[in-house]
Design a protein around this ligand. Structure first.
Ligand SMILES: Nc1ncnc2c1ncn2[C@@H]1O[C@H](COP(=O)(O)OP(=O)(O)OP(=O)(O)O)[C@@H](O)[C@H]1O
Ligand SMILES: [Mg+2]
Length: 262
């Protein structure tokens, strides 16, 4: 197997006394589609946020394409590595690891096109005419080019989320993180966003998706990770984890989703 695009070793995250992530280890190969499940508060968002350094890991190592992010400090021990990060290095990482949020996070005072162009112009220093062309191409891809001049407030949630996906894609990240991208949408809008994510999955981009859409996870992911007590409690193929979970808490979690089958 080739080197993983992401390697997480001994990742811990504490908020004061709240020890949220407890020694997470994970290798992600290029092109993998990973679905992450877990109860509310189990640390799914925190894990994604640590991966693009919106949250700083308390201890542990994250490697991106074979290169460790940050440098171990003197306080590190063999079992607990504490890193220091430079601002420049972290902004490099954030270019390579894109994120799509539950609440879209578009700038309300900027048009759809300006939202998608923003990172290209200010972070990647792409010339405005080229940034515009690249942004329009991404909007086309998510079926939103016709709304390029609209403001986010005039769009449905599903449309806003598709714009947010175009914005993330415009940066051409090596890894794309999705944090419950359909959770705040009305049920009839969920499908249009999942269709866009499915198309991306088929292109071979590496993606980690936190979701409660189990059917989608089942068809989309090559691996499912169930997070509980700050660790991956059960992992495997979608069939193993979603259809034939071996461990009690995974079964209980999944039962909640299937209680009202008809
Ligand atoms: N910035 C923060 N400061 C303090 N505590 C935080 C912070 N972010 C998250 N937490 C705490 O960390 C724990 C995990 O939160 P997180 O948002 O990662 O859970 P989650 O699995 O994404 O939940 P949900 O399914 O509700 O989105 C919670 O106890 C939460 O209160
Ligand atoms: Mg969350």
């Amino acid at each position: 197997m080739s080197d993983p695009i992401i390697r997480i070793t001994g990742l811990n995250k504490r908020f004061g006394d709240n020890h949220v992530l407890r020694g997470i280890d994970l290798d992600v190969q290029k092109g993998e589609k990973i679905a992450i499940l877990g109860s509310s508060g189990s640390g799914k968002s925190t894990l994604l946020r640590c991966l693009n350094f919106m949250e700083m890991p308390s201890t542990g190592r994250i490697e991106l394409d074979g290169k460790t992010v940050g440098k171990p400090t003197k306080a590190s021990t063999a079992s607990d590595v504490q890193m220091s990060y430079s601002t420049g290095e972290l902004s490099e990482v954030r270019k390579r690891v894109g994120m799509v949020f539950q609440q879209f996070n578009l700038f309300p005072h900027m048009t759809v096109l300006a939202n998608v162009m923003e990172g290209l112009v200010t972070v990647l220093k792409v010339r405005p005419d080229e940034a515009r062309a690249r942004s329009l191409a991404q909007l086309e891809k998510v079926g939103m080019a016709h709304k390029a001049d609209a403001y986010p407030g005039r769009l449905s949630g599903g449309q806003q989320q598709r714009v947010a996906i175009a914005r993330a894609l415009a940066m051409d990240p090596e890894v794309l993180l999705f944090d419950e991208p359909t959770s705040s949408l009305d049920p009839e809008l969920v499908g249009e966003v999942l269709n866009v994510i499915r198309d991306l999955a088929e292109e071979g981009r590496t993606m980690l998706l936190v979701t409660h859409e189990l059917g989608f996870a089942y068809h989309y992911a090559n691996r499912v990770l169930f997070l509980a007590d700050g660790q991956f409690y059960e992992t495997g193929t979608p069939d193993e984890v979603l259809k034939h979970p071996k461990k009690e808490r995974t079964q209980r979690f999944l039962d909640r989703f299937t209680a009202f089958h008809f």
